[in-house]
Design a protein around this ligand. Sequence first.
Ligand SMILES: Nc1nc2c(ncn2[C@@H]2O[C@H](COP(=O)(O)OP(=O)(O)OP(=O)(O)O)[C@@H](O)[C@H]2O)c(=O)[nH]1
Ligand SMILES: [Mg+2]
Length: 327
Amino acid sequence: MIFPSSPKTKQKIMQIQWYPGHMCKAGKEIKDILPNVDVIIEVIDARIPFSSQNPLLAELRGNKPCIKVFTKSDLADAGVTAQWQAYLEQEQGIKTLAVSTDHPEKIRQLIELCHKMYPNVSAANKRTQVLIMGIPNVGKSTLINILAERIIAKTGNEPAITKGQQRINIGEDIVLWDTPGMLWPNIENRHSGYRLAITGAIKDTAIDHLDIVMVAAEYLLQHYPDALMERFQLDTLPENEHALLVAIGTHRGCLRTGGAIEMDRVAKIFLTEFRAGLLGKISLETPQMMEQELIEVALIREQKAAKKLLRKQKFVGNKATEGKLEK
Ligand SMILES: Nc1nc2c(ncn2[C@@H]2O[C@H](COP(=O)(O)OP(=O)(O)OP(=O)(O)O)[C@@H](O)[C@H]2O)c(=O)[nH]1
Ligand SMILES: [Mg+2]
């Protein structure tokens, strides 16, 4: 058997970006309807509650009540989800609810929660306007179909299924606004870009499967080794992500003529099985990781600003010298 050369042990993290035109339009439309919205439901992926939150929402929402709904909680580590819920509810006006399609009755609790968070509606004699927003492929339309108790919004297991806004009257004095999945123009935290790609929020054509799987494999080796051993029937834990993919490739028969491992095929298998929950209930981030990464992001931002200032000072200095020489 030929083992691929140059094993990567510490993956170099690149910036992943996906911001097609319809997302920019959706962002503008959300800003336009926000003044008429009573309650915001931000749908976040229970496996990545930090990376799937829109960083622009905090300033956009002002004092409006907001429910952070963790979807796909059937795929996430329940202990970590509980940590996240407690962490996020520390913020004023925020409530959380962890749901999954396995328990639609829990999703329907959202109706009562909306009424609780916006009780003044009956006095005003109007329907509560509820905006549903969130990253692509997180399960917004699925949630709406369950709340409406009929298939009203198109769903699918890939990002960017919903392309335009839709207003849905679900009875119970509630109007829901379904919106297209949205990311933001600059995913500053590179780790977040990877996690969004791993969980399926970024279109597959915009990512390099092997690159993101290496990062996922590195994380799972550290945090969920037993899940890997069980799923891929390994006798010993491989020492790094490269060795792990080679072991999976060997076990699953991903071999080219001549014996080389087809790493791209292994990456696709890994990703498909992770996303389907076949590796078990896995969370890719914790509040502690988020706090650490926010410090790193702030540091990178400062370094970028310092470099920019230096370039500006050099430019002004050069202009001044040119001016003196001309005289
Ligand atoms: N395992 C699991 N899958 C879910 C859950 N909720 C939704 N899904 C799946 O996630 C995929 C995306 O669902 P959608 O409702 O189309 O997601 P969306 O957020 O409307 O996606 P866009 O419109 O593309 O932004 C579908 O394949 C759903 O079946 C859940 O709780 N658990
Ligand atoms: Mg949708």
